[in-house]
Write a protein that binds this ligand. Structure first.
Ligand code: PLP
Length: 439
């Protein structure tokens, strides 16, 4: 165990007191495995925090970052440029669906979300619709932790102490254990009805006040909820009918997690603005990117007079090291054919799906849900201990050499796209033991 003094670091989204009593320290990572400070190998079934999609320690990415640090360590992003960010933007625009051809850089998913919300407001403002300042989001939504993202959040703990400062209303989430428990892939029932709730909210607030609807194509931190069949298309249709923009938060679904570069391609629904981060650099450097449709850029930039058109940006937007990491990451995804590897009907996804659903019938298991390389298992709450089951199973798995994400009464998995069948077997074996032991 570590000899380091742990007192000074106030850790994010962590039970600090618990951690410091019983630290879980990582000292190295390669491929699908972490090495802990006591030299254990731990299988990473979460791709870090849904970000290391090509697995850990890829030499091509590491070398690109090191080389860039020696050549150009920093370039100011306001009023100056460096070539790599333009090359990367071109490449992302080619990978993105529809007319999402304009790329704005941030340093995280949270910043991407706040940037996207501001873009939506600026778009309507530029078109003279200054009343369109309100957003529609969803229950159980996670859109990062900055004030914009918190304002549209649907997870109570993430906003109860901070308020929700942007006008916002929420659609209900799409989870329905009565209709759709143990769905293989997309849930079959209720998609259109759930999407039609948007019409009710539009009637309540009036379309003339609504800037955008923001949605994770697959709800992630809220419990891994793949969209019911037809849901996203119907939401898009309703937005179009009322000139409301659609923002997809693809911070976790981007870069191969659903068998295409973006989930919007998998589900064949193109948003007006798309947020990304995480897998963009394989987690090796902090970076986010917001992809905006040409119509958004035209309204805000091309229709504006001389001078700065969008009063927004970050000191580290398009940071050269992050751009180098992203370029190398895109090389790896392409060279190793990783985008397709996550396809829902692919061999590994199917094997993963079968393994996960074999857990049905174990004590306390009330749902298994999955799509491609993203999955969750949900448990019956323990009497008198709400929210405890996920972390019980996660801790037990960690002790047996498996990293999972705990989300209240569920555990989530978002493995690197390099996962093989042996990793699925190892995961299901440990999960089975943990569930039998603790639930
Ligand atoms: N949006 C979604 C859908 C996310 O899942 C996350 C993080 O998990 C974020 C935004 C925030 O990203 P970050 O932690 O990089 O700020």
């Amino acid at each position: 165990m570590t000899a380091t003094n742990l007192a000074a670091h106030w850790m994010p989204f962590t039970a600090n007191k618990g951690f410091k009593e019983k630290p879980r320290m990582l000292s190295a990572a390669k491929g699908m495995y972490w090495t802990t400070d006591d030299q254990r190998q731990v299988l990473d079934m979460t791709a870090g925090l849904w970000c290391c999609n090509a697995g850990h320690g890829h030499p091509h990415i590491a070398e690109a970052i090191a080389k860039q640090a020696r050549a150009l360590d920093y370039a100011p992003s306001f009023g100056f440029g460096h070539e790599l960010s333009f090359e990367l933007s071109e490449r992302l625009a080619q990978l993105a669906p529809g007319n999402l051809n304009k790329v704005f850089y941030t340093n995280s998913g949270s910043e991407s979300v706040d940037t996207a919300l501001k873009m939506a407001m600026a778009y309507h403002y530029a078109k003279g619709n200054t009343d369109r300042q309100m957003f529609i989001s969803r229950e159980k939504a996670y859109h990062g932790v900055n004030f914009g993202g918190v304002s549209v959040a649907g997870l109570t703990n993430n906003y109860k102490a901070f308020g929700q400062w942007l006008p916002n209303d929420r659609l209900s989430h799409t989870q329905d254990l009565t209709l759709n428990a143990f769905s293989h892939g997309l849930p079959l029932h209720g998609g259109i009805e759930k999407a039609n709730e948007l019409e009710t909210l539009i009637q309540r607030h009036d379309a003339s006040r609504i800037a955008a609807v923001i949605i994770e194509p697959i709800t992630g931190a809220g419990g891994v909820l793949p969209p019911p069949v037809g849901y996203l298309k119907r939401v898009r249709e309703i937005c179009d009918q009322h000139d409301i923009l659609l923002i997809f938060d693809e911070v976790i679904t981007g870069f191969g997690r659903t068998g295409n570069v973006f989930a919007s391609q998998t589900f064949d629904v193109t948003p007006d603005i798309m947020t990304t981060a995480k897998g963009l650099t394989n987690g090796a450097a902090p970076m986010g990117a917001v992809l905006a449709g040409d119509h958004i850029y035209d309204a805000i930039v091309n229709n504006s007079g001389p001078g700065v058109e969008f009063f927004h940006g970050y000191t580290y937007s398009a940071h050269p090291l992050a751009c180098a990491a992203a370029m190398a990451t895109l090389d790896v995804y392409e060279q190793e054919d990783l985008y397709k590897r996550g396809a829902a009907d692919g061999e590994i996804s199917q094997y993963f799906e079968q393994g996960l659903h074999s857990l049905k019938g174990l004590p306390g298991v009330i749902d298994v849900r999955n799509y491609s390389f993203i999955a969750a298992v949900e448990f019956e709450p323990l009497a008198g201990k709400p929210g405890a089951t996920g972390s019980l199973v996660q801790t037990s798995a960690w002790e047996q050499g498996l990293m999972l994400r705990s989300l209240g009464e569920a555990i989530a998995m978002s493995p690197p796209l390099i996962m093989e069948k042996e990793h699925v077997d190892q995961t299901i074996g440990i999960l089975e033991r943990s569930i039998k032991q603790h639930l």
